[in-house]
Design a binder for this molecule. Structure first.
Ligand SMILES: Cc1cc2nc3c(=O)[nH]c(=O)nc-3n(C[C@H](O)[C@H](O)[C@H](O)COP(=O)(O)OP(=O)(O)OC[C@H]3O[C@@H](n4cnc5c(N)ncnc54)[C@H](O)[C@@H]3O)c2cc1C
Length: 481
């Protein structure tokens, strides 16, 4: 920041402290760093202050004051987002508004299969509290020990259970939102059926904090699936994995809750991150699937998994496999999936993508995109894995180990261009579940039709006419800014 700006920053901080109180305002550089650095530590930015309200009323008060002072607001939950949506642009007039102190569970109603929770609840803590009542909140992702439900709703998070329970959008009954003028949208209904006109809450789900600040959420619960069967399977190809997925949906009565595809390199990467991790299957097959079926009540899940695997192995669709005999073994199988991600991070900077195509085209897309990367960049390593059943693949690219940092960046840039060109041919999405944030904004804008851009701008102008909410995230709404 320039010295001229610093004077303003000082005045802004004084005004924030005077009206909101010292307890709500962080402005020391060291204290602000965790709120201004992205999950991977690739980017560290700066903010005028970090505001940490404890109630919806305090959020509304902070929003009104920021409006008066001409400050923009970047809402933040657990800061696990992967597209730079929840940290500010360095050097601008932005405050981070963290929801971390708004973490009360207002109500869990097992009879109604619903709960009302504040936006700052950590996902795993929320799931545990709900499980204690014999209920289940199905959203499940690798970051669940840190991400917060307001962030999940704002990114419309996906995760491993989407194929059975849907994206976060399908788990939300209602929202409470502080709007950019400081007014409060009170929409915390737990009604399952409510067709009174346009469903306004949908505007805020997936908006990545560009339209308002979600302060509480009413969510849909299901009975706790106390029976879970987990299997790791070796297959001859990704095509076979997709055929298996279709078959499993039908034969397992739609009780399949996860179906993750991994390449053989997953084991090497997982071992690099967790050397003691047991790998209970040979690493010689071209494709692997981590599959889970689950249920509650009278159905016998273990028997269902056993019978299903017997048939598909007899038919040769699955070449090898292991079923977890205990919860600890199931946990180890999931650690391979998590360790694979950590192993990639350990190898250093790499391209992470989060794309989707139609399920029927997934195998040919991966083959075409990997060939396009090889042609454009040459000797790099592609790691394609993902939630498969919903057409979502993370086609990551690890640059050449000995290359200089500049060469690695160039390789990643070229690889992204090659992948996106194939994706466009397949009419796929550049963001299946992580959102747009600041990282994918240019790629998003480049693919927007004029009508879609017009509609998005009209919604933004109607709700946030001064463009104070999360500027630079999703769209550059102010032309030439
Ligand atoms: C190891 C790992 C695994 C992951 N796996 C998955 C996965 O499987 N599927 C998936 O979809 N994502 C995944 N993610 C990405 C990330 O966890 C999700 O996007 C998550 O939903 C973000 O929640 P958060 O609380 O951390 O939000 P943040 O990162 O804090 O914010 C994300 C966005 O939401 C906005 N926001 C946050 N809270 C609010 C609020 N209360 N009101 C308005 N706007 C708000 C922010 O401004 C930002 O734009 C993963 C991330 C990691 C690190």
């Amino acid at each position: 920041m320039t010295s001229e700006m610093s004077a303003s920053v000082g005045e802004w901080r004084t005004a924030l402290r005077a009206r909101l109180g010292d307890d709500l305002v962080l402005s020391e550089r060291d204290a602000m760093i965790p709120y201004c650095r992205d999950w991977h530590g690739d980017v560290t930015s700066d903010a005028v202050a970090v505001l940490r309200p404890r109630s919806t009323e305090q959020v509304a008060e902070a929003v009104k004051l920021c409006r008066e002072l001409g400050l923009s607001i970047v809402p933040q939950g657990g800061n696990t987002g992967l597209v730079l949506g929840g940290i500010p642009d360095a050097g601008q007039n932005q405050v981070v508004l963290s929801l971390e102190r708004m973490n009360r569970i207002r109500q869990i109603d097992a009879d109604d299969f619903s709960a009302v929770v504040e936006a700052g609840c950590i996902l795993s803590e929320l799931k545990d509290a709900i499980a204690e009542k014999g209920m289940f909140f199905p959203l499940a992702l690798g970051a669940q020990g840190t991400c917060r439900i307001g962030g999940n709703v704002s990114t419309n998070a996906g995760g491993i259970n989407v194929l059975r329970y849907g994206m976060t959008r399908e788990l939300v009954f209602g929202l409470e939102v502080v709007l950019p003028d400081g007014s409060i949208f009170e929409g915390l209904s737990t009604l399952r059926k409510d067709n009174r006109g346009i469903d306004l809450k949908q505007l805020f789900i997936g908006a990545e904090g560009t339209l308002g600040i979600i302060t509480a959420v009413s969510i849909k619960l299901t009975p706790y699936p106390d029976q879970v069967a987990t299997a790791l399977l070796g297959l001859a190809s990704l095509e076979d994995a997709i055929t298996l997925f279709r078959r499993a949906r039908r034969d397992c009565c739609d009780l399949m809750s996860a179906f993750e595809f991994m390449p053989p390199l997953a084991f090497t990467l997982a071992k690099e991150a967790m050397p003691d991790l047991p790998i209970p299957i040979s690493a010689e097959y071209p494709a692997y699937v981590l599959m889970e079926i689950s249920g509650s009540g009278l159905v016998d899940i273990d028997d269902l998994m056993g019978r299903f695997l017997e048939v598909v192995m007899e038919e040769g669709m699955v070449v090898d496999g292991t079923i977890a005999a205990s919860q600890a073994q199931a946990r180890n199988l999931w650690l391979i999936r998590e360790g694979m991600n950590e192993g990639q991070a350990k190898r250093g900077i790499h391209l992470r993508t989060d794309v989707s195509v139609r399920l029927s085209q997934l195998a040919s897309f991966v083959a075409d995109a990997e060939s396009a990367v090889a042609e454009a960049v040459g000797d790099v390593t592609c790691v394609s894995y993902g939630h498969v059943g919903d057409g979502n693949v993370h086609l990551n690219v690890l640059p050449t180990a000995g290359a200089t940092p500049d060469q690695q960046l160039e390789q990643m840039y070229k690889a992204k261009g090659a992948i996106n060109a194939v994706l466009d041919r397949y009419q796929g999405s550049i963001s299946a579940e992580h959102g747009i944030g600041r990282l994918k904004r240019e790629d998003f804008e480049a693919r927007l039709s004029p009508v879609r851009r017009h509609l998005l701008t009209a919604v933004k102008q109607a709700i946030d006419p001064d463009f104070m909410m999360n500027p630079g995230c999703q769209l550059n709404f102010i032309p030439n800014s």
